[in-house]
Design a protein around this ligand. Structure first.
Ligand code: OAD
Ligand code: ZN
Length: 246
């Protein structure tokens, strides 16, 4: 079966780089983006230029974030996160590349330095001007006090979740480190991503072109299934559950 083949590939690999998307966190109660019921089936994404230009857009963006607070605050790492953390502790995983913003890889035991966040992190806020970080509780407090999304106390520019919106530039250091990991691993695991958002979706291909074996674990077909060495079109928790160790 796929799981047995995956087990063999993991056993043979010395450097495994996981690359994750929202599908690894659905069993933790966090909806993905493009499945039925996914975030982008309910709300249109707010592009970065709109966030910058419009107080209404900023208010709407923060209202959506506050509406998700219980979901994010209550979420615990799932079987997929725990399996990857086990491989990390075993010394097989030098770092993990994620499109996710939910902080669950860190919560599962990865050192923050070893989690390459391509699309940032939604568990805190950040000024889009000077980069100062803010706790969400501060943002909420300001929002409740004034009825709208706050600006930075230092520089006056808007505060956003520390995530990357469409139209916002990618974090350079994360992009560089993700490329490095992709080029130097011998097994690359693309897990729970539709692989439609670029440049993130370029990393599985980059790893494959650099000589790694590529495994894709996802419920739905992706555009890169045809270059993968193994495609497992099943539930992530069920597939990775057997690899949860100590
Ligand atoms: P998507 O919602 O596009 O894709 C998630 C994939 O996971 C889908 O193909 C699902 O079928 C699959 N999936 C969900 N639950 C699963 C499960 N339990 N087992 C197996 N497969 C499952 O999410 P991403 O690919 O992460 O970026 O989206 C990429 C980016 O688009 C996000 O980082 C975000 C979004 O817009 C930005 O906002 C910049
Ligand atoms: Zn600032």
């Amino acid at each position: 079966s796929g799981v047995e083949q995956l087990g063999n590939m993991i056993a043979e690999a010395s450097s495994i780089v996981p690359f994750t998307g929202a599908g690894i966190s659905t069993e933790c109660g966090i909806p993905d983006f493009r499945s039925p019921g996914g975030l982008w089936t309910r709300n249109r994404p707010i592009p970065f230029d709109e966030f910058v230009a419009s107080q209404d857009a900023r208010d709407e963006s923060w209202r959506r974030r506050f509406a998700m607070e219980q979901t994010f605050a209550a979420a615990k790492p799932g079987r997929g996160h725990r399996a990857l953390a086990s491989l990390y502790r075993a010394g097989k995983v030098p770092g993990i590349i994620t499109q996710n913003i939910d902080n669950l890889h860190q919560a599962s035991g990865f050192k923050a330095d070893d989690v390459i966040e391509l699309h940032g992190n939604t568990t805190y806020g950040r000024c889009i001007g000077c980069g100062k970080d803010y706790e969400l509780s501060w943002v909420k407090q300001q929002f409740d006090k004034t009825g709208s999304a706050p600006d930075c106390a230092d520089c006056g520019d808007p505060v956003k979740t520390a995530t990357i919106s469409f139209g916002q530039s990618m974090p350079e250091d994360a992009m560089r480190r993700a490329a490095e990991l992709s080029r130097h691993c011998d097994l690359f695991l693309a897990i729970g991503s539709s692989l439609v958002v670029w440049p993130a979706a370029g990393f599985p291909m980059m790893a494959k072109e650099s000589g790694a074996r590529l495994v894709i674990i996802n419920n739905e077909p992706t555009d890169q299934d045809d270059i993968a060495d193994l495609v497992i079109r099943h539930d992530i928790g069920d597939t990775l559950g057997p690899f949860v160790g100590n």
